[in-house]
Every structure is written in C-alpha cells, then in structure tokens.
Write a protein that binds this ligand. Structure first.
Ligand code: NAP
Length: 543
C-alpha cells in the first residue's frame, strides 16, 4: 500500500496514453480532445511526429492513394499540390495537424515504450518508457503495422563490405551516384525507389522474388484554379473526396466476393507493361502468375520505363546469399555490388510492440497472438482490458485509404472512452481516483465470434484465393491484416461499443465501499453479473 502511494507520486498518471504519433496516434489525440479528454499523453519514440511518413523518406517516396482521400476528414487540406502527394507534403501535413489541434503539449518525444503491464488491482496500465514511467487508465496503441523494418536473414550479409540499408531507414549521407546498387524486393517501396535512383547509379540490379501487378498512376499537379476552388467552395473538395472514396468502394466486391472479375484488370495491367517493356523475355519475367489484387496492386507509371533502361538489370529470383561483395540469387545468378538496399517490408503480423505488452493473465500480447492476431472489431483483445489498437488486426485495406479505417477506429475509441466515463463515478473527462476506476475487458466469446465472422468472409477473397503469399497472411497462412468488406461496413461495425461484448471491471476499493455500505453479498471484484447490469444501464443511456 505504502509502495503504491510512493509510485503514484513518482509516476505521471494520465487518463489515456497513446503510443505513436503517425496518422493513428495524432488522430487519436485529436479525437480525445474533442471528447473533452485533455488528460492524455502521446508517447513517441522518435524526435518528431509523422510515423511511417517520417521514417520513409527514400527517393521517390509518395502515397499511392490520392491525397484528398488520404487525409483526415476533420482536417481537410485544400492545398494538396499533387493528386498523389509525396512524402514531404504528407509529413508536413501531419506536423500541421499537430499544431492546428494543439497537440504539442501532449507529445512526449524520444520516449519509447519499453513495457506496458496491466495492473489488475489498480485497474490501470503501468508503462515503462525510455524516459520514465507513466500509469494510464487506457492505452491506445497506434504503433502502426508498417513501423518496424523487416530484414531477411541472408547468409553472409554481415561480410558484405559495402553499404547496406532498409528502404525505411534510408542513409542520405551515402551517395549512390556512380555505384553498383542491388535493390532487394519489388513491393510498393521498391517500385518507387527504382525509377528515382536508376538515372543516378552506375548499375541497378533488382532482385525480384515475385513480380507485382502494376497499374499506371495518373499523378499530376493540382492546378492553382482547383486549389482556389477547394478553398473558396469547400463542398468541391468534399465532392472530390467523395468521388475518390465511392470509386474505391465499388471495387471492393471484386476483391472480396468475385475475384474472377479481376481478369479484366489483369489485361489492363499487361497492356501497361507492354507499353514500356518491349523485350518479350523480360515481359515474361515481369508477368505475375497469381490473380491481380492477391498482393497489393502497385501504381506506377515510371517503374516499367525504369526497368527498360540499359543500366538496370532484373534478376528474377530472390537474394539467397552474400559472398563478399557478390550477391547470389536463388537461381545461382551472381551480381557484384557496392550497396544493397532492402525493400523487404515490415513486421506486420508480428508487431514488435506485442512483445512489450503484458495483459491480465501475465502473458504478452505476442503470446496471446502466437497462433495469429485477433481482436474485437480490430480494436481490443481478450485479456488486455482498456487496451486498444488503432490499425489492429483485420483493419487493413487492399485498395483504398487507410485514413478511412483509422477514423472508424477513432469513433470506436471515442465511444469506448465515453462509456468508460459514464461507468466511472466522477470519471467523465478527467482521470478517476483508484477507487473509482473502471475497465472494459473484451469477452473471449465476443472476440471469437467477431473473428469467425471475419474469417468466414475472408474465404472467398482474392487475398486468400488468388494464389500468392503476401504480408497480408501470417506465418500460419491466416489473413489477419485485411478487412474483408467495404470501408462503409467497417464504419458501421465500429460506430460504438456494444457493452454486451465486454465485461466491466470495477476498482477494488469502490467495490469494497459499496459492499460495506449496502451489506450486499457481491464479490469485491467485478463479476459477469455486475458487468451485465452495467451494460444494460449504460447502453440504454448512451443510445
Ligand atoms: P512489401 O510489400 O512487404 O514487399 C517486400 C518485398 O521484398 C517483396 O517483393 C518480397 O518478395 C521481397 N523480398 C523479401 N525477401 C526477399 C529476398 N530474400 N529476395 C528478394 N526479394 C525479397 O514491402 P514494402 O514494399 O516496403 O511495402 C510494404 C507496404 O507499405 C505496402 O504494401 C504498402 O501497404 C505500404 N507502402 C505504401 C506506399 C504507398 O504509396 N501508399 C508506398 C510504400 C509502401 P515476395 O513478394 O516474394 O514476398
């Protein structure tokens, strides 16, 4: 008891701790403020905000979703300079969001979360960071699926005498001009890097394990006239966003229910390739053997022209081994290089943060998810009360803007915090004392029911039936990343928290107080019965 009080003095207690300051974390911060919650921090391991749009600053980095859709609905930007903005503009937009919405006082930069443990007695999270400890009633984990670079284990790589880096950790000090560069991978990152660096390097060798389907990207500058119109008449900007959204919503059915209809799109992609690649042998190497959409469809109008350059070679095989400065592909091809750039993606289905979160049963989230990530409505996990993830399991998209999904999750988060406030005596808006603390614990039955539904719908999707492997699938071949429906469906599913899907946990002291006051015979900690009663009362009030 005494120790507990000492801890409380030393640690900062907040109502909500948000982890990460990318689109998810900043969006969460804005929504919390709008809900009247000002007692929160945003813990960020880097020295500035921006998440993936801060870390990925490789040459050519841009978004392949149009900016008027790839931005917050509550923070419209009439001045996007291009239809598909580059990294610099998106990062500046996020900095602007941090300023406009007064988020700076909440930011704790250079503060990496090292461990977060659920304290079942105190009903709060104990969070250890690289800059001290916090306690929080609720944790909103917005670390993102594309934050920790994945480097394949290549035998001999440590003996490579040249430069080695990952696309998300670009070394701008290193001058690629005149160098023999090996680019590993042909995902969304690599296909932007290849055209950007090909004109500068002496030789570029691209290691392609699996060819991607590539469609043209109709990028253009947004004219001064259009921007003026968007500023003066905001409904034109809203209409533009609506159109971009609607087109993508209409495409969803082909991905989720009728993958055979995608054959037509394959023909368009082949025609796109044929326009730039005249060599039939190279075309054959670049033609995928799986259904389009199974892996993310890549958009680029410069990738194929870059591959047709005389200083660019394609090795249609994965990198298997490095012997000194020679790279050996799985098909035996040998290539000498001065630098290796890994465009090999991220730890998506094995998020490193999951190793650092310890739930009610003393198990980490990674252990809980060892057979595959699963959550309730992409947000909460059984055994991890008051913990929510933004861009959680099965909330990714194959063809539209992740910001739409993030905003749906923020709706859910806002309602979660609202309902907790209603359940907590005197807890609305501020942080409750330890006696009054309340937590919501996702019921395992609700988590399973949700996942059964998601996985049932997943069976027909192109991601599961298209004949490819991708980062959408985990080590067990289960698709735990993509949402198998439209963004509108997800919005409906995450409109609010259904308290019947949760057990309400109440603080011990409060329960004790109540017990002695009413001489009731209820248990001192939460029980399913109290939870259900609370559920009935609060959902009635919240409706
Ligand atoms: P990725 O899509 O996971 O691609 C990784 C690539 O590395 C794949 O082509 C993979 O081949 C290859 N690879 C892995 N090990 C290899 C080896 N030993 N030899 C040769 N190739 C190897 O990663 P990413 O390109 O960084 O993209 C990740 C995600 O970030 C994207 O899907 C997208 O969601 C996002 N992103 C978005 C944008 C945008 O414009 N919005 C831009 C960049 C990234 P296999 O295909 O055979 O596995």
């Amino acid at each position: 008891m005494g120790d507990g009080h000492a801890d409380e003095r030393e640690r900062e207690h907040v109502r909500v701790a948000v982890i990460g300051s990318g689109f998810g974390g900043l969006g969460a911060a804005v929504r919390l403020r709008r809900e009247g919650v000002t007692d929160f921090v945003v813990l960020e391991r880097a020295d500035s905000v921006g998440g993936t749009w801060r870390d990925n600053d490789y040459p050519g980095c841009a978004c392949d979703v149009p900016s008027h859709l790839y931005s917050f609905s509550f923070a419209p930007n009439p001045d996007w300079p291009r239809t598909f903005s580059g990294q610099r503009h998106i990062r500046a937009y996020l900095e602007h969001v941090a300023d406009t919405f007064g988020l700076r006082p909440h930011l704790r930069l250079n503060t990496e979360v090292e461990m977060a443990r659920w304290d079942a007695d105190e009903l709060r999270w104990d969070i250890e960071t690289s800059r001290g400890s916090f306690t929080a009633d609720v944790v909103v984990s917005a670390t993102g699926p594309l934050s920790d670079p994945k480097m394949p284990e290549i035998p001999g790589l440590s003996s490579f005498p040249g430069k080695v880096f990952h696309s998300a950790r670009w070394d701008h000090e290193y001058d690629l001009r005149g160098k023999r560069v090996a680019m590993i991978g042909t995902g969304a990152s690599a296909i932007q890097i290849v055209p950007a660096i090909a004109p500068d390097v002496e030789r570029l060798t691209l290691f392609q394990r699996t060819p991607p389907w590539v469609m043209p990207r109709t990028d253009r500058a947004i004219s001064a006239g259009e921007r003026w119109l968007h500023r003066q008449l905001p409904f034109t900007r809203a209409a533009r966003r609506g159109l971009l959204w609607g087109i993508r919503e209409l495409q969803v059915g082909a991905f989720t229910k009728h993958p055979n209809r995608l054959g037509l799109v394959e023909s368009l992609a082949k025609a796109n390739m044929a326009r730039s690649i005249k060599d039939p042998a190279l075309r054959a190497k670049l033609t995928p053997s799986y259904r389009i959409g199974c892996k993310r469809i890549l958009l680029s109008s410069t990738y194929y022209p870059a591959l047709a350059r005389p200083n660019v070679d394609l090795v249609a095989s994965g990198l298997k081994e490095v012997r000194g400065s020679v790279l050996v592909a799985a098909d035996g091809t040998e290539t000498a290089a001065d630098a290796i750039v890994f465009g090999t993606g991220f730890h998506v289905t094995d998020m490193p943060i999951a190793d650092r979160v310890v739930g009610a049963e003393g198990r980490t989230l990674a252990e809980e998810w060892k057979d595959g990530m699963q959550s309730l409505r992409g947000a909460t996990a059984a055994g991890f009360p008051n913990w929510m993830t933004i861009i959680g399991p099965n909330t990714g998209l194959g063809n539209s803007s992740m910001i739409l999904m993030i905003e749906s999750q923020l709706n859910y988060m806002a309602d979660y915090v609202r309902q907790l406030g209603l359940l907590t005596p005197g807890g609305r808006g501020g942080s409750a004392g330890r006696e009054g603390r309340t937590a919501l614990a996702a019921r395992p039955s609700a988590v399973h029911a949700w996942n059964r539904r998601v996985q049932d719908r997943m069976k027909r999707t192109v991601w599961n039936t298209g004949g490819c492997t991708s980062w959408y699938l985990d080590a067990n071949g289960r698709n735990t990343t993509v949402w198998p429906g439209t963004t509108a469906e997800f919005r409906r599913e995450t409109r609010g928290v259904d308290l019947a899907e949760y057990e309400v946990l109440r603080g011990r002291a409060e329960a004790r107080e109540r017990t002695s006051a009413t001489t009731a015979t209820t248990a001192t900690t939460a029980t399913a019965a109290t939870a259900e009663t609370a559920a009935a009362t609060v959902s009635g009030g919240a409706a």
